[in-house]
Design a protein around this ligand. Structure first.
Ligand SMILES: [Zn+2]
Length: 311
């Protein structure tokens, strides 16, 4: 039944794409840095079991968190540790003080949600790209998680660079397993966008700027709504994809677009239909951005049926 609904909108990716099994792994030295920062890791953790040994030692105070951290590494190759203390320039959010926050005790739930989210993302890609289809030009495994806490603020929820995600245990979006799943998919896209040589800025900037120009200097939600890939709204601001003073906004538009891909493809996998209009069937800018994203990152694979012809 599901197979009948599959629509391959674009050409399949080249057979030369690396398989997910060939994805890079985190080595023991990097794992020690994720877990211990600049402090010395236990000297006894060496050899082929060095990373499980380091995880076991670092999470020694919390057996449930230790089990989750080991499961995360075993299932996805991800290593969950801490971020460094920093004063971050958060753009429209102002300056933010971040401190390390190992996800144990009261923060353990964040590790559990991360484990559930990364397992769900892994399952999504397995279903979307079975062996007969081949792997997409996308990485979702062997990631570093840096857990931090923001002092006196609840933003940003997370940020990403260099195959790492910094996760704020006080983040306003990170209060449920669903919120964590969507946020981590968003962040994961930033890592992939970066690895694709800032694809979003190179590819989507013209249409993105044209949308903002069309909606004026102080755009209304109503004007932006047809173009917003996701419903996330900044308190006192606008759609996250179009929020001013938030780095290069096209990066956020693209990450929200990737989340929309994740949501729509999962709905097709589960139910064979969408409960709302497909993003690509909106304005022409949406269709162009969608096709470009699917082609660049997801092997041209789009389970959403083609849009009905416009009258
Ligand atoms: Zn983002």
């Amino acid at each position: 039944m599901r197979a009948l609904l599959i629509v391959c909108a674009l050409a399949p990716f080249a057979a030369a794409e690396p398989a997910p099994a060939a994805a890079p792994a985190i080595d023991a030295g990097y794992a020690a840095a994720i877990l211990y920062g600049s402090a010395a890791p236990p000297a006894t953790c060496t050899g082929s079991d060095a990373i499980p040994c380091l995880l076991t030692a670092r999470y020694a105070k919390d057996a449930k968190a230790r089990t989750a951290a080991l499961a995360l590494y075993a299932d996805t190759g991800d290593v969950a540790g801490v971020g460094a203390e920093e004063i971050m320039d958060g753009g429209y959010r102002g300056k933010i003080h971040l401190v390390p926050a190992l996800p144990i005790g009261d923060y353990r739930v964040h590790l559990a949600w991360t484990l559930a989210a990364m397992r769900a993302i892994d399952a999504f890609f397995a279903a979307q790209f079975p062996a007969a289809i081949g792997a997409p030009a996308y990485r979702w495994r062997a990631l570093a998680f840096h857990f931090v806490r923001s002092v006196g603020k609840r933003t940003p929820s997370a940020y990403a660079t260099s195959w790492a995600v910094t996760y704020n245990v006080s983040g306003s979006l990170l209060t449920s397993v669903d919120g964590v799943l969507e946020t981590l998919f968003h962040e994961l896209f930033h890592d992939n966008d970066e690895a694709h040589r800032d694809w979003s800025a190179r590819t989507l900037a013209t249409d993105y700027a044209a949308i903002l120009t069309r909606c004026g200097e102080h755009p209304t939600m109503k004007c932006l709504a047809p173009y917003a890939p996701g419903p996330t709204v900044v308190r006192g601001g606008t759609y996250y994809a179009f929020q001013p003073n938030n780095g290069d906004g096209v990066h956020e538009y693209a990450a929200e677009l990737a989340v929309r891909y994740f949501d729509e493809q999962r709905a097709m996998q589960r139910a064979g239909k969408l409960t709302a209009a497909a993003f690509k069937c909106g304005p022409a800018e949406n269709a162009r951005a969608w096709a470009a994203l699917v082609d660049e990152f997801f092997g041209g694979r789009d389970l959403v049926p083609a849009c009905p012809p416009s009258l």
